[in-house]
Design a protein around this ligand. Structure first.
Ligand SMILES: Cc1ncc(COP(=O)(O)O)c(C=O)c1O
Length: 380
């Protein structure tokens, strides 16, 4: 049997990983500033993470949501404490980012009895039915996913939002920081406008923090930089440090009903053990503070390069927009053994390292970047 060929792949096979490093099958060691797409939050194969998953596997790895699973409550408590202001919210666990957003939109629709959702240009919310329709990329929307229930508006355009809001809108979905869209940050006043219009029209404000959450932005959620609170927040990626888990946290005013949402695998024992390990390490090692500190350092240093058109980001979610971004990224990988992410349509290299990246590792990247820019004679 062959694999269904949907991914353009690099030739490397990764066979080992530790902290911020991965090794390929030839023994080459890479500094990982990509984290398998913002997934690696506490570093590869962190000992506490490996121990909690192993211990749990020896006890019980899975049972469905038909019995008591106290480890879910333990996780909810630890997560609530870390979020800085959302400890009175309710947690629903699932398996991926798309599924988290799908449930968020479904919940907004159940809660309000409405069908329409507002999403924004350059948004990426996943590949399942309602959320792929809310993703601003026609090439991944199949005919079966087409719907007129999603209204796209220009990102950061308060006037357009004001004009479009009405009492048919179930929810407004926005990323804490747009990731696939090239690290685009919603302005404080844009998020505040979404909040006030959702309040005015009885719609839910849904924050997609799948990429920007779990401490990556230097706050637990990126939207907390803007001083707003959302009704529903979706999470995945960094939540399990590679173990598949997603979830939404839900405001206390939204009532649960048996059968309203559900999943077989969501919230299984192993996934919760992984997510608890992530919370423990983020807390013990002050990784949110580290993300803010190293992120600021990296962004300030990157802004000194004339070859860069713009540096955007918060914490360790950094976009470097430049001509020749693809050549620079390739040279970083093949000559300097540094992995980075990309937003091709926005000419942007994306840095999404583990939250415990050190200053020495950041400096190593900056030196390597300088070498490549000089060698390729990149100009702005
Ligand atoms: C902001 C955002 N939302 C949703 C998703 C979809 O997550 P998943 O691939 O886990 O379904 C992604 C994935 O890149 C994302 O970046």
């Amino acid at each position: 049997m062959n694999l269904f060929d949907v991914y353009p792949l690099f030739p490397q096979e990764l066979v080992k990983a530790e902290g911020s490093y991965v090794w390929d099958e030839k023994g080459n060691k890479y500094l990982d500033l990509y984290g398998g797409h913002a997934v690696i939050s506490i570093g590869h194969t962190h000992p506490h993470y490996v121990k909690l998953i192993n211990d749990q596997l020896g006890k019980i790895g899975f049972y469905s949501n038909s019995v008591q699973i106290p480890i879910q409550k333990e996780y909810a408590t630890k997560l609530g404490e870390l979020t800085g202001g959302y400890d009175d919210y309710q947690l629903f666990l699932c398996n991926s980012g798309a599924e988290a957003n799908e449930n968020a939109l479904k919940l907004a629709s159940f809660h309000t009895g409405r069908k329409k959702v507002i999403a924004f240009s350059k948004a990426f919310h996943g590949r399942t039915s309602a959320v792929v329709a809310a993703t601003d990329d026609k090439s991944i929307i199949a005919p079966i996913n087409e719907t007129d229930n999603i209204i796209f508006l220009p990102f950061n355009d308060e006037a357009a939002l004001e004009a479009a809001m009405n009492n048919e809108i179930a929810g407004v979905i926005v990323e804490g920081i747009q990731g696939v869209g090239g690290i685009q940050i919603p302005t404080d006043s844009f998020l505040q406008k979404i909040r006030s219009l959702c309040d005015k029209f009885g719609a839910l404000m849904i924050l997609d923090e799948i990429q920007s959450g779990c401490g990556r932005s230097g706050k637990f959620f990126a939207h907390q930089h803007s001083g707003v609170k959302a009704d529903v927040i979706s999470m995945a990626k960094g939540m399990g440090n590679g173990f598949p888990i997603g979830g939404i946290i839900i405001a206390p005013h939204i009532q649960a009903k048996h059968g309203m949402l559900g999943t077989t695998f969501g919230g299984n024992h192993l996934a919760c053990a992984a997510a608890i390990a992530v919370c423990d390490v983020i807390k013990q090692d002050n990784l949110i503070e580290n993300a803010a500190e190293i992120g600021n350092y990296l962004m300030n240093e990157l802004k000194k390069f004339d070859a860069i058109k713009e540096v955007r980001g918060y914490g360790l979610m950094i976009g470097i927009e430049m001509e020749n971004y693809a050549d620079v990224r390739k040279a970083l990988m093949n000559e300097q053994y540094i992995l980075t992410g990309v937003s091709g349509k926005q000419n942007t290299i994306r840095l999404l390292p583990a939250l415990n990246i050190t200053k020495a590792e950041a400096d190593h990247f900056l030196k390597a970047f300088d070498k490549i820019i000089t060698k390729l004679a990149v100009t702005n």
